[in-house]
Design a protein around this ligand. Structure first.
Ligand SMILES: N[C@@H](CCC(=O)N[C@@H](CS)C(=O)NCC(=O)O)C(=O)O
Length: 243
């Protein structure tokens, strides 16, 4: 029996990856429930079941959802703060946790904006049916918003040699910044190539996270899902900044 159950779409890194990275770095005993076969109570049916189940707690609107013992929680920054606190990947003091959450909520903001470049009108409509608006939104995002967010995160890195986002040691926010950087590089390679020189701290942080033994072995494993055209970070060249 796993300590933590993660419920998230089985074919994309998406928002679930922010949670997976915490579990992987901490070597937590977790199961990615929807990636199990339906015969083992997995698959997309498990997502429907957890969202619709009457567990006596506020229902989740969407995945990711995490169950830990009797507790069932959703909203990615909420899950990250909770799991990281339990797995020694969050600051110990209240102010530190609030600052971590502030950064994580800002990561959530940029993730939503990145998603909305390919679905600017309706989440449930096809990209092809909103392509013109997507191009306008994508161009604005990749040339103005993306650099603005990265400058913000670069400025938030501490002036310690390790260059973490909070204090002296690695936190879940650093893991999330790694995922954010990789997702943006996949979706907006031209914009990211243009920004790279302006955010050396973030580039170095992402490389250090990728090289951590637990993360490196996760990235090389079958547990790691590649970015693809079904997730939040999708690569449509016409949405990326011009050369
Ligand atoms: N603010 C939520 C957003 C959750 C969310 O939008 N999840 C997506 C997958 S990444 C989903 O399943 N959406 C279904 C829906 O909105 O109906 C979070 O950060 O967890």
């Amino acid at each position: 029996m796993a300590d933590y159950e993660l419920f998230y779409w089985p074919s994309i890194p998406g928002r679930g990856e922010f949670v997976r990275l915490i579990f992987e770095e901490a070597d937590a005993n977790y199961v990615d429930v929807a990636r199990l076969p339906e015969a083992e109570a997995g698959g997309v049916a498990a997502i429907r079941a957890i969202l619709e189940s009457n567990h006596g707690q506020p229902p989740g609107f969407a995945v990711p959802v995490v169950r830990h013992g009797a507790l069932v929680i959703s909203q990615t920054p909420n899950i990250c703060l909770y799991t990281a606190r339990h797995l020694d990947l969050a600051p110990a003091d209240e102010a530190g946790q609030l600052h971590a959450n502030q950064l994580q909520l800002t990561i959530a903001d940029v993730v939503t904006e990145a998603h909305d470049t390919h679905h600017p009108i309706a989440v449930d409509a096809y990209f092809e049916d909103q392509r013109d608006a997507a191009i306008r939104r994508g161009q604005f995002f990749s040339s103005v918003r993306l650099p603005k967010f990265l400058d913000y995160f670069e400025g938030a890195l501490t002036a310690t040699p390790a260059g973490h986002s909070l204090g002296e040691s690695l936190s879940y926010v650093d893991l999330s910044l790694f995922h954010l950087m990789r997702g943006l590089e996949y979706a907006f390679p031209r914009a990211m190539a243009r920004c790279r020189a302006e955010v050396p701290g973030l580039v170095a942080l992402a490389e250090r996270v990728a090289a951590r033994p637990s993360i490196a072995s996760y990235l090389a494993s079958a547990r790691r899902l590649g970015f693809n055209q079904h997730g939040i970070f999708r690569h449509y060249p016409e949405l990326d900044a011009h050369e």
